[in-house]
Design a protein around this ligand. Structure first.
Ligand SMILES: NC(=O)c1ccc[n+]([C@@H]2O[C@H](COP(=O)([O-])OP(=O)(O)OC[C@H]3O[C@@H](n4cnc5c(N)ncnc54)[C@H](OP(=O)(O)O)[C@@H]3O)[C@@H](O)[C@H]2O)c1
Length: 315
């Protein structure tokens, strides 16, 4: 059975990956916080090891100990406003950490590395977090081909109910403030899908690594304006919402494929779903006609929003 090491595997996406890989691979989850590590071990039944990707020696220890065939690199510092205020930590984890993951994978002949990126890395980048993830994409894709290790990235928008995201925040706000939600961006449009869809996209990249190495894989996602989600939320769960001051680093729309990337992007269909492959330095013979933006994406219907705002049941 293959061994798959998931950096940041104790987080929201990592635990969903562990569930999807159950019985198919030996999965080892890794993170820094030992209490969270213990909780993830109990929730998933996986082995969990301590790891700080920003520390090269720690990364080496993890790979020597687990001897993985593949690494899914999900560890990140991912809060946009914190990264604006404290860029050092975000750069250490997302850039230096990703470099450490790639270096050690290449040194130890790990077969494949899949880095988890975000729509915030799509050009034109608006914030420090997005810049660090854009660098991770370039780093992994450029290192591909220099050793036996295949490296790729996946890029997607918001995962509903992920750690620190709006749905858990709104739930807490309502509990603390008599049902009132303060929204920092009701006019913003955002891509959303479920954690299971994010995990599936990640595993597609791993399964198709021979075809995708050195490139970034994304897929169509539906989007919604935040006020549409707020209205469904209030209709289903009660309470009310009001706009509050925005946060540094946010923008009105997010893009999955930017304008300047179009000439380097090709469309593919996997399992009937439109996917997009960005190859930074190779022109595509048939680029998509227009960029994939939350401004022009297909909108989530009220029923789809209602399904997304239900908290997922972790198994
Ligand atoms: N959630 C979204 O909407 C979304 C959208 C696009 C992309 N992504 C990307 O998807 C990945 C997973 O996100 P998530 O929502 O699952 O986040 P999460 O729940 O916060 O998980 C992140 C994990 O990374 C670990 N981590 C952080 N710094 C680390 C370090 N230096 N070394 C080792 N582990 C570290 C954390 O554990 P410790 O703190 O204990 O180390 C945590 O387990 C991230 O790369 C994120 O950028 C997320």
């Amino acid at each position: 059975m293959r061994t798959i090491l998931i950096t940041g595997g104790t987080g929201f996406l990592g635990r969903a990956l562990a569930r999807q890989l159950r019985g198919k691979a030996r999965v080892v989850l890794a993170g820094r916080n030992n209490e969270q590590n213990r909780t993830a071990a109990l929730a998933t039944g996986c082995d969990v090891i301590p790891l700080d990707v920003a520390n090269l020696a720690s990364m080496r220890d993890a790979v020597v100990e687990t001897r993985p065939h593949a690494i899914i690199h999900a560890a990140a510092s991912k809060f946009v406003d914190l990264a604006e205020k404290h860029p050092h930590e975000c750069i250490d984890v997302n850039v230096v950490g990703s470099q450490n993951v790639a270096r050690v994978a290449m040194e130890h002949d790990v077969g494949a590395v899949v880095g988890i990126s975000t729509d915030k890395a799509t050009p034109p980048v608006r914030n420090t977090y997005g810049l660090t993830k854009a660098l991770m994409e370039r780093l992994l894709c450029s290192l591909d081909g220099k050793s036996a290790t295949r490296l790729t990235c996946v890029r997607f928008g918001n995962i509903a109910w992920s750690t620190g995201s709006v749905f858990p925040i709104w739930t807490k706000m309502q509990a603390d403030n008599n049902g009132l939600i303060g929204s920092t961006g009701p006019d913003m449009r955002r891509f959303f899908f479920s954690v299971d869809e994010a995990a599936r996209l990640t595993l597609t990249a791993l399964d198709r690594i021979e075809e995708l190495h050195g490139q970034v894989l994304s897929r169509v996602m539906k989007a919604a304006q935040m006020r549409e989600i707020l209205d469904v939320w209030v209709a289903k769960k009660g309470g009310r919402w009001e706009p509050i001051a925005g946060r540094p680093g946010d923008r009105l729309d997010e893009d999955l494929i930017g304008d300047t990337e179009l000439p380097y992007t090709r469309e593919v269909s996997y399992d009937g779903v439109r996917h997009f492959v960005v190859s930074f330095n190779t022109r595509s013979p048939s680029p998509p006609a227009q960029m994939l933006s939350s401004a022009n994406a297909q909108r989530l219907g009220d029923d789809e929003i209602a399904a997304l705002i239900e908290p997922p049941k972790e198994q």
